[in-house]
Design a protein around this ligand. Sequence first.
Ligand code: SF4
Length: 184
Amino acid sequence: MGLENKLPEGVITTQLEALVNWSRQNSTWPLLFGLACCAIEMIAAGTSRHDIARYGSELFRASPRQADLMIVSGRVSNKMAPVIKRLHDQMSEPKWVIAMGICASAGGPFNNYAIIQGVDKIIPVDVYVPGCPPRPESLLYALEKLREKQGKETFRLYREMDMKAAPAPVEIESLEVLRAGKPA
Ligand code: SF4
């Protein structure tokens, strides 16, 4: 008993929050960039054989302002870290990050001074994908896990994130500045 019983056939009801989450789950647009060998597997995920379009994520965007998913596919060097941070800052909220492969997740075999030991040292990560390199199916599974997470997000969570948000993206000129957490 309820409103549904009084509505004509073909009309459905839902909660606004569920509708917004559903639309985000089915139109998560990744940022178009890759860092190393894992990027080739990410590119393969976009082919018809793997069909990333089933999640509405085939639109790899060339501008961070049009993307809400960053797939970090490859090792993160000291030189690239400030660039990745800046791109992440430029993406609109809400935004998500997938660390693809063991290099992006934890440095992988490159335990040396030139490579950041996990991209979560500079930006928050939502899903980690193990493997070297992970196959496109692993990336699609990561998208599944991300969709689960997106389905649980609430307006209250976004409001809290807004309140905690950094004042404004700072100009990052070097890794030292990034590590110190303040502009030059
Ligand atoms: S995880 Fe393996 S395949 Fe991926 S960037 Fe590192 S070395 Fe290359």
